[in-house]
Design a protein around this ligand. Sequence first.
Ligand code: PCA
Length: 322
Amino acid sequence: MKTCLRTLVAAIGFTALSVSAQTKWDMPTGYAAANFHTENISQFAADVDKATAGKLKITVHAGGSLYKANEIKRAVQGGQAQIGEIIFGGYANENPLFGTDNVPFLATSYAEAKKLATAQKPALESLLAKQGLKVLFSVPWPPQGIYSAKPINSAADLKGVKWRAYSPQTSRIAELVGAQPVTIQAAELSQALATGAVAAFMTSGATGYDSKVWEQVKYFYDTQAWLPKNAVLVSQKAFDALDKPTQDALLKAAGEAETRGWKSSEEKTKFYLEQLTKNGMNVAAPSAALKADLKKVGDTMIAEWLKTAGAEGQATLDAYKK
Ligand code: PCA
């Protein structure tokens, strides 16, 4: 009887130990569950679960349901969430180095975006490390184009138009063309269009498709202006609390997610634009006049960026151009 009891106590103790060895993380993201970034992240969470035999469980909270897109960085920094997804460019006011991949016409293809990502890496990692954050992986959005309710033949057609921005630099574009910037996260874009809060904006085919923007806007100009990156950040403190095999499994899954994410972003670019056309939108290249106007905007913005980003910005550019 005594032995039996002892065995029972030991068994309970063992169960308690193995339960406490399981770690649960909340992972807020700002984009829809069906978005390609979110699908990639869900796969990442499933891979981690599998590789750690359930020791590290990551629950993905999509669409800004736990924290809105622009609140996620602070939540991970403050320990309210252990891991989360941000868009680097959203933090360009905090430090211009976060906005390097939002500078119009600096890197406009996947090959250039990859080069820029490599050039940016040291600066971004050290900035975030100072904030107790570790970059697990980052993935670009497809190239950015202009959506509009009305046809745009030159920048003059954007004067006074209510323009949706998702970052300081997308607001700056509005200022430079005389439009009225309003910051709206992707999760609220459909609603902002439906209520008439905005009538034009720049983003990817992916976000146009996710938000079914064709219900309100009829024109897309494929300007291929830049490829902004999302990043998955983990709290260094939460990472350090994991045992070594779990850390290794997490990093391995992150590396795979980065490769998979870049691939799916590029592969789906064409599909997204086809879907815009299929749903009645006019998808076209920008006119020569619009192109020239946007080039001027890009020239102004790179000069402004370089001025504020200083020597570190110059070092990033030099590494990119090498
Ligand atoms: N979609 C995001 C950021 C860039 C993109 O393509 C958005 O519109 O908020």
